[in-house]
Design a protein around this ligand. Structure first.
Ligand code: ADP
Length: 377
């Protein structure tokens, strides 16, 4: 296993599209790092540069101690698992899993056949080694009883396991995953997510994983690398990304429903949003005049008379989600969502058109203006 080091990594596609810019990242040996961001943010390009599928335009990439910018993908000692599994339909699961090892052997084989006496015996031993490797991987993934089936006779989840198995047999220095679960239905995705996490814990392997699904990223990663516009917006453990987002983009990307944002102005520790005056106390001490207030939907509630931080809102709709409800609110021009326990459903329905909503000043985050405005500490 090995660490992967990015230094100022960048990619400009022919034609001038700058897909990735200035990525600095150290994936530690044995770490599970998830690249996450919206479509087009450059996460696949970044992964493909590690896999050797895209040329690196700027910066340096190291796997272990070796600079691999100019090393062909097949010689980088990494294994990639794709979204579409890329299994050979005419080969059995066993043959599919053995394939990377057979290919490796074929490369060295011709030479050996000419120069090594006792080649046949060596080949037989190699055969046995490959089969042992396949059996080991199949056992780890719980697919031993599927080894003689063809991919066509497998469910999506089983195919995904085989694809992982094929990566596993190579015992690579690092595993790369490109949206490996996005073709599965929601329930299976959650199951496979848990399996991958368990597999990582068991193997202690270095894993670099790409997804656009922030929930998948939060549950899988030791660390998340949140990207937008080809740049890293934040790199931190999931909890830190959630609680201390580096900027407004990260704050809005992580969490469901998304964080609410309200634009306003601060003076002497009080934020003005339209007619409302919100005494934010210490949180707003010495901050610039124009700010953006960020509030998680589950932190927004119906106001009590004594609440200092309250806003007049219009209830635009209430969605009953069974164990909870999402309340859509309009505050001035801003649309907010409050996520509340189902027990409050009737209180919000009674509130109908008008409601006073409140939050704890300590739970509000402040950002500089603009879609990527930095969080103000
Ligand atoms: P993501 O994986 O986050 O969806 P990509 O890495 O695939 O994003 O793409 C990043 C940017 O690079 C996008 O603007 C995309 O249109 C562009 N891009 C991707 N592949 C190519 C290519 N082969 N040629 C030109 N532009 C590309």
């Amino acid at each position: 296993m090995a660490n992967i080091t990015f230094q100022g990594l960048g990619k400009v596609y022919p034609g001038g599209v700058r897909a990735v810019e200035g990525v600095d990242l150290e994936v530690e040996d044995g770490e599970f790092v998830v690249l996450v961001g919206p479509s087009g943010c450059g996460k696949s390009t970044t992964l493909r540069m590690v896999a050797g599928l895209e040329e690196i335009t700027d910066g340096t990439l190291r796997i272990g101690d070796r600079v691999v910018n100019e090393v062909a993908g097949k010689d980088r000692d990494i294994a990639m698992v794709f979204q579409n599994y890329a299994l050979y339909p005419h080969l059995s699961v066993r043959q599919n899993m053995a394939f990377p090892l057979e290919r490796r052997r074929a490369h060295g084989g011709t030479v050996r056949r000419l120069i090594v006496p006792g080649y046949r015996r060596a080949a037989r031993e190699e055969d046995q080694e490959i089969q042992a490797e396949v059996s080991r991987a199949a056992e780890v993934l719980g697919i031993t009883d599927l080894l003689d089936r063809k991919p066509g006779a497998l469910s999506g989840g089983q195919r995904q396991r085989v694809a992982v198995g094929r990566a596993l047999v190579r015992r690579p220095a690092a595993f790369l995953f490109d949206e490996p679960l996005s073709n599965l239905d929601a329930k299976l995705r959650v199951e496979m997510r848990a399996e991958l996490k368990a597999l990582h814990d068991r193997l202690g392997a270095t894993m670099l994983y790409v997804t656009h699904d922030q929930e998948e990223a939060m549950t899988l990663g030791d660390r998340l690398v949140v990207m937008d516009g080809g740049r890293v917006q934040q790199c931190a453990p999931p909890r830190e990304v959630y609680e201390q987002p580096a900027n407004r983009f990260v704050a809005g990307f992580v969490g469901t429903p998304s964080m609410n944002f309200l634009e306003g102005e601060v003076a002497d520790g009080t934020m003005s949003i339209g007619e409302a005056r919100l005494p934010l106390g210490d949180a707003a001490a010495g901050v610039p005049r124009a700010v953006v207030l960020g509030l998680r939907p589950d932190r927004l509630r119906l106001a009590e008379p004594e609440d200092p931080c309250a806003l007049e809102a219009t209830v635009a709709g209430v969605e009953d989600l069974g164990d909870r409800c999402d309340v859509r609110l309009q505050v001035g021009h801003a649309e907010l969502v409050a996520r509340r326990p189902a027990g409050e459903l009737s209180r919000w329905t009674v509130a109908r058109a008008a409601a006073r909503v409140a939050f704890e000043p300590a739970e509000a985050l402040l950002f500089e203006p603009g879609p990527h405005g930095a969080r103000i500490h």
